[in-house]
Design a protein around this ligand. Structure first.
Ligand code: SAM
Length: 335
């Protein structure tokens, strides 16, 4: 239980529910590699994560909390240490393979080497969590996650995010390279919509060809101290081992998603026809891909979005069919 009342402006709602903390640790245990934690606060998640025996970099903006945590990390109880030792490097219980391996079976099979971010940033504060040969150390860095240089080698991102900063932090996470999995505690509604439950957000659709989003569970407001106004939700994000589109298409694809989400029309058929013309080709594409003419953009799945990107490229190459668009690029519509 945190002793802190929580600085509202930093979204300090500390996690105090042991079952939720255990679930976060379980989800992270299914991944592989060094861990970067966003906003460790007083260490409610950081300290249990240490039982996994993996390097942790904890990035905390609040200087007081960062200093306190620096004095706390690495003091694992003997029972915790035994738990970490049960799963030596590269071994874990059945069903706990890293998500990336479950998906592809082609990624690195063992633990990856520790990815150390820029030394200058990390020298702010650190403490060895054990003697040489014991568990890797946890580093506490006082920094704004928004400008923190993430490792350039595979790692996992974890965080009970400050609720009012969720969107900006998610944007930062999604735009970053190298991490393989993210386990994030965000507002319940945000978790649902980012995971595409009941319709995807534009941001999710824009990143879907490269990431899988999952909704793990709802976390009641009573799990935090102080208690926030809304419930939380555990969101998992996994970088696809086999992206649905090449990285070089990202910009044009994101523009297409933006244009479709914000375009005029009462359903996907009307939106696409107004934008591209070629009514017959659009109708055929909808039928072939199982998309109802009146569906809203948020109802499209990741494969449907990727297929739509291919259709847009094909229609752009044809002579004008009467839509708004001409040329080889999708122009975002300004509002
Ligand atoms: C919801 S609290 C979570 C604290 C702790 N992980 C827990 O679960 O109890 C969010 C934490 O993020 C920190 N924080 C807020 N903005 C941040 C930023 N831009 N960069 C890094 N940490 C930030 C806050 O100070 C706070 O400790």
């Amino acid at each position: 239980m945190s002793r802190h009342s929580g600085r509202h402006e930093l979204g300090q709602n500390f996690l105090t529910d042991r079952a939720t903390i255990a679930r976060i640790v379980d989800l992270v245990a299914r991944t592989d590699g060094p861990i970067v934690e966003i906003g460790p606060g007083a260490g409610a998640v950081t300290l249990p994560l240490e039982t996994l025996g993996r390097p942790i970099t904890a990035v905390e903006l609040d200087g007081r909390l960062a200093a306190e945590l620096r004095n706390t990390v690495g003091r694992r109880r003997p029972a915790d240490r035994r738990r970490a030792d049960r799963f030596p490097a590269g071994q874990r219980p059945t069903g706990q393979q890293p998500a990336a391996q479950r998906d592809s079976g082609q990624r690195d099979s063992g633990r990856r080497d520790s990815g150390r971010p820029d030394a200058a940033q990390h020298d702010v504060g650190q403490r060895d969590s054990g003697r040489r040969g014991e568990a890797p150390r946890t580093r506490v860095v006082q920094a704004d996650f928004g400008s923190f240089a993430l490792p350039r080698t595979p790692h996992v991102i974890v965080g009970n995010l400050p609720f009012h900063r969720t969107t900006g932090m998610l944007r930062r996470v999604l735009a970053a390279d190298h991490w393989t999995d993210a386990v994030l505690l965000v507002q319940w509604e945000v978790a649902r919509r980012r995971a595409g439950v009941g319709g995807a957000t534009m941001m999710t659709a824009q990143w879907w060809p490269w990431f899988e989003f999952g909704l793990d569970r709802r976390v009641p407001a009573a799990a935090f101290t102080p208690r926030p106004d809304v419930d939380g939700g555990l969101l998992t994000i996994t970088r696809r081992a086999h992206p649905l589109l090449p990285a070089s298409e990202r910009r044009g694809y994101a523009e297409l998603v933006h244009a479709v989400f914000t375009g005029p029309g009462r359903g996907i058929q009307e939106i696409l026809t107004r934008r591209f013309g070629h009514r017959t080709a659009v109708s055929r594409w909808l039928a072939d891909n199982g998309v109802p003419a009146t569906a809203l953009p948020r109802a499209l799945t990741a494969p449907q979005w990727a297929a739509l990107h291919a259709l847009a490229a094909e229609l752009s190459a044809r002579p004008s069919g009467g839509g708004r668009r001409s040329g080889g690029r999708t122009r975002p519509r300004r509002r």
